[in-house]
Design a protein around this ligand. Structure first.
Ligand SMILES: C[S@@+](CC[C@H](N)C(=O)[O-])C[C@H]1O[C@@H](n2cnc3c(N)ncnc32)[C@H](O)[C@@H]1O
Length: 235
C-alpha cells in the first residue's frame, strides 16, 4: 500500500482502511448534498462523454452518475488506495462497466485525457496548495466543458475554528465528524491556509466562477452553502 500520510490533514489511507463502510456519511457528502444539483446542472449544460470525480471517496457520486448516464465514462480519482480498491470491487461485483477508479494526489492531477466534466467535492480543504490543485483540475477540462467544485471560505474558517476549540461541545454521536479527529482533519481550514474565494479562483484560473444554483434553480441548497459554496467554472 502506498503511504499517503499528509502532514496537513488526517491519514486518509488509514481512515479508509479502518472504515468498513465505504458509504460513511463523513466522507461521501456529495451524493447526499450535491448530486441533485449536479444532475440538474448536467441536464442544463449537456451530458458529458467523460466525467472525472477527484477526491471521490467511497465513490457514491461516481456510481450515481454512471448509473444515471450509462453512455458517460466516469473515472473516480482519490489519493487513498484502500478506498480505490473497495470501489473497484464494487464496480466489478455490480457489473458497472462505465466507471473506473485511479489514484491521484492533489494538487497534482495529470490524467491522460481531458473530460467534459471534472468535479471535486469536499476535498480541496485537505490540500495545502488548493490554487495549484484547481489549475490542474481545470487543465483536465476539455474546451466547452466545466469544472464543478465545493470549497471552504472564510465563513467556514470562522465556524470550524469554533468547533476545533471545543469539539466535544459541538460534535456528538449524531455528528458526521469525530470530535477526536476534527482539529487534525481540518487543520488547513482552521489555520486559514487554503481558503478560497471568487477572487482567488479567478486569479488562479483566469475565469470567474459562477454559482451552480444559478443553473440548478429547482434544487434546494444544502444547509452549509454559504461556507461551502458550490460553483462551476466553464472552459
Ligand atoms: C470528505 S471525502 C469527500 C469524498 C467525496 N468527494 C464526497 O464528497 O462524497 C475527501 C476525500 O478526499 C480524499 N483526499 C484527501 N486528500 C486528497 C488529495 N490530496 N488528493 C486526492 N484525494 C484526497 C480522501 O481520501 C477522501 O476520500
Amino acid at each position: 500500500m502506498t503511504d499517503t500520510t499528509y502532514a496537513d490533514t488526517i491519514d486518509w489511507d488509514r481512515y479508509w482502511s479502518e472504515t468498513d463502510d465505504e458509504a460513511a456519511d463523513d466522507a461521501n457528502g456529495s451524493a447526499e448534498h450535491v448530486a441533485d444539483a449536479l444532475f440538474e446542472f448536467v441536464e442544463e449544460t449537456g451530458v458529458p462523454d467523460w466525467h472525472a470525480d477527484v477526491g471521490c471517496g467511497g465513490g457514491a457520486l461516481a456510481f450515481d452518475v454512471a448509473a444515471r448516464y450509462p453512455e458517460t465514462a466516469v473515472v473516480g480519482y482519490d489519493a487513498a488506495d484502500p478506498v480505490l480498491d473497495a470501489n473497484r470491487s464494487r464496480a466489478s461485483e455490480t457489473d458497472r462497466e462505465n466507471v473506473a477508479f485511479e489514484r491521484a494526489v492533489l494538487p497534482e492531477f495529470d490524467p491522460d485525457r481531458q473530460f467534459g466534466l471534472v468535479t471535486c467535492f469536499y476535498t480541496l480543504c485537505y490540500v495545502a496548495d488548493a490554487e495549484r490543485a484547481l489549475q490542474n483540475l481545470y487543465d483536465a477540462v476539455e474546451p466547452g466543458g466545466h469544472l464543478v467544485f465545493t470549497y471552504h471560505n472564510r465563513y467556514a474558517r470562522a465556524v470550524f475554528e469554533g468547533i476545533a476549540e471545543s469539539p466535544e461541545e459541538h460534535l456528538d454521536e449524531s455528528s458526521v465528524w469525530s470530535p477526536e479527529r476534527f482539529a487534525d482533519r481540518f487543520e488547513l481550514v482552521v489555520e486559514g491556509e487554503n481558503l478560497l474565494s471568487y477572487d482567488r479562483i479567478h486569479d488562479a484560473l483566469g475565469t470567474w466562477p459562477r454559482s451552480v444554483w444559478s443553473v440548478a434553480e429547482e434544487t434546494d441548497r444544502y444547509r452549509a452553502w454559504r461556507q461551502n459554496p458550490l460553483v462551476y467554472v466553464p472552459k
